[in-house]
Design a protein around this ligand. Sequence first.
Ligand code: KG4
Ligand code: ZN
Length: 338
Amino acid sequence: MKVLGIETSCDETGVAVYDTARGLLADALHSQIALHADYGGVVPELASRDHVRKLLPLARQVLDEAGVELQALDGIAYTAGPGLVGALLVGASLGRSLAFALGVPAIGVHHMEGHLLAPMLETPAPCLPFVALLVSGGHTLLVAVHAIGDYRILGDTLDDAAGEAFDKTAKLLGLDYPGGPAVAKLAESGDPARFRFPRPMTDRPGLDFSFSGLKTFTLTTARENGDDPQTRADIARAFQDAVVDTLYIKCRRALQQTGLRTLVVAGGVGANRALRARLAELEQAQGASVFYPRPEFCTDNGAMIAYAGALRLRAGQGEGLAVEVRPRWSLQELSVVA
Ligand code: KG4
Ligand code: ZN
């Protein structure tokens, strides 16, 4: 079954073709980072308009690269939420109408299910059941996954998402959007011993997160210590160490609580090298195996949507003819794929 996947939930236009028999055939991405850079964050209306401009050419390119004729597609998957409503509608409109024109089924995919399943595109792929740590610009979730679609949320953030905390801290340090990679790079030359930021909510039981206090720490530390380049690097290091350590502590706790031995990490912050190095310690500490998508599939992409959609379409799921998106949508509402 050949499925075209379309991702337009935020600031990347992603398209891919996944074949349930042969795997991923092609994928391409257009990033809007340059478009939003001057504004220090994503401008929703600009995002929607850019998806309109880029989506069709990108879809043609991916079908060409995959060597798949439009008529050979067996289904279309598009991100239906959560995300920016205008941006989502671009992908959903094209996806749903293309499926109608071709007479094939369409499926609206949950963006975070896409992230969660992205590590399954790699070899070796993780085996169910597992704990998933989803760390993106909009979400910080620990999820117990017992089957595709059977998602029990173990922990969530009470305020900022991990990626959002990186982005806000970057702004305070005068770094460009998106802040995650910029903070990570600056942190490399930081002194880990100079400042110590708290590990929020690790001193009490539970698996929820809170990252908004760290930006206050960044702000006050910068005010009190000046903003020479070394101090900024030291602050970036203290911030990153605090986020990484907090995520490590909660992942270890989630594995202990569930008795599971497999951790899957996905979402943009999963590309962070310091986080990967720290989570590798879980192999020793918990006898756990940790799985990631390749770095370009940590951030938003069409491949994860094509893959998640293909699993649901293959199980006979699909949407009606209405173009529907869900800007807010909990993972726990999804149906199980038998
Ligand atoms: O998954 P994603 O591409 O988009 C959302 O669905 O949100 O995640 C983007 C987020 C941004 O906040 C970005 O700053 C962060 O992931 N990010 C990183 C790194 N690469 C991307 N954060 C820390 N370290 C990185 N290397
Ligand atoms: Zn995402």
